[in-house]
Design a protein around this ligand. Structure first.
Ligand SMILES: Nc1ncnc2c1ncn2[C@@H]1O[C@H](COP(=O)(O)OP(=O)(O)OP(=O)(O)O)[C@@H](O)[C@H]1O
Ligand SMILES: [Mg+2]
Length: 291
């Protein structure tokens, strides 16, 4: 059994950097956000990045099950002072950390100043030792999901080729654009019949976002429809471990590689070092947005 406290200590001994927060969301439900979030995070972990995932679905928090684990404690226990951060964190493969949100996610919307300060302090210890903090949300345009997305450094909007999913993806992007013009928003086309079809879906969405919301949206990846995804879920083993050579696993892995390559080249082009403020910065922004 993983020793949580020594795991955190080990993490803290590693090199410092700033964590980038990525919120994964969608307009329509059931498009594959959680499957993508878990496997994308593991793929980044496999490539040597230090990654944490927050399971922030208000309704059906189940990332622990997708990772073959079972969460006993969650953010609520941390907020209520019953457990420390090191006691609620679960350790997944490739060094990825999972923070189960549970009903603590609802409480994030109504935090007292004192609790917010405590939470920021707790995550402030972890933040410098992570590269990416991935937040998997529920679907749809509600106040909390919007505050999450608007507080992030970057948002991935997942859609499928279904017209309803595409229309809802545009809907959420349009609202995000009104909230923050500068927020980087990127698309994941999941359950595509082919790469060609997925590319068409992305191009169409890109055009609509540009025309009607004056928003440039990038592409994270096109993930094919693959029966192996549901087989992996049934076996409670993450897809990229269950069948790394399956079509969907290869596509997610490629998406992660391209994402890292593009992030690195954008930074070096601008001669910049990352300036993200981690999950604690995210919490501050989110609390401001919800006030
Ligand atoms: N690339 C894929 N190919 C085939 N099936 C997929 C693919 N991605 C996801 N699925 C299936 O879609 C279903 C929903 O996936 P998932 O739970 O990840 O969606 P979600 O967007 O997180 O849902 P919710 O909105 O309820 O949080 C799962 O049962 C999964 O098997
Ligand atoms: Mg989900």
């Amino acid at each position: 059994m993983y020793d949580q406290a020594s795991g955190l200590r080990k993490l803290a001994q590693e090199k410092k950097s700033s964590a980038k927060t990525i919120v994964i969301t969608s307009g329509k439900g059931g498009v594959g956000k959680s499957s993508f979030a878990v496997n994308f995070a593991l793929s980044l972990g496999k490539k040597g990045k230090r990654v944490a995932i927050l399971d922030a679905d208000l309704g059906l928090a189940n990332l622990d099950l997708l990772l073959g684990m079972s969460a006993t404690y969650n953010l609520k226990h941390l907020l209520e002072g019953q457990k420390r951060l090191s006691e609620i964190i679960l350790s997944a493969p490739y060094g990825v950390k999972l923070i189960p949100g549970g009903s603590g996610i609802v409480e994030l919307a109504n935090l007292s100043e004192l609790k917010l300060k405590g939470l920021i302090e707790a995550f402030g210890v972890l933040d410098p030792y992570l590269d990416y903090f991935i937040i998997d949300t529920g679907a749809g345009i509600n106040k909390q999901v919007l505050a999450f997305a608007l507080a992030a450094d970057e948002v991935f909007v997942v859609t499928t080729p279904e017209p309803t999913a595409q229309a809802d993806a545009y809907g959420i992007i349009n609202v995000l654009q009104k909230g923050n013009l500068a927020l980087p928003v990127n698309i994941v086309v999941n359950q595509a019949d082919s790469i060609f079809h997925g590319e068409m879906v992305y191009q169409r969405l890109k055009l609509i976002c540009k025309k009607f919301a004056a928003k440039d949206v990038g592409l994270i990846g096109i993930i094919p429809s693959d029966i192996t995804v549901s087989k992996a879920i049934r076996h409670q083993v993450p897809l990229i471990i269950y069948q790394p050579k399956s079509k969907a696993a290869v596509a997610i892995d490629q998406a992660a590689s391209c994402y890292l390559a593009i992030s690195a080249s954008t930074l070096s082009e601008k001669n910049q070092v990352p300036t993200h403020k981690g999950f604690s910065g995210f919490l501050e922004r989110m609390a401001r947005l919800l006030r």
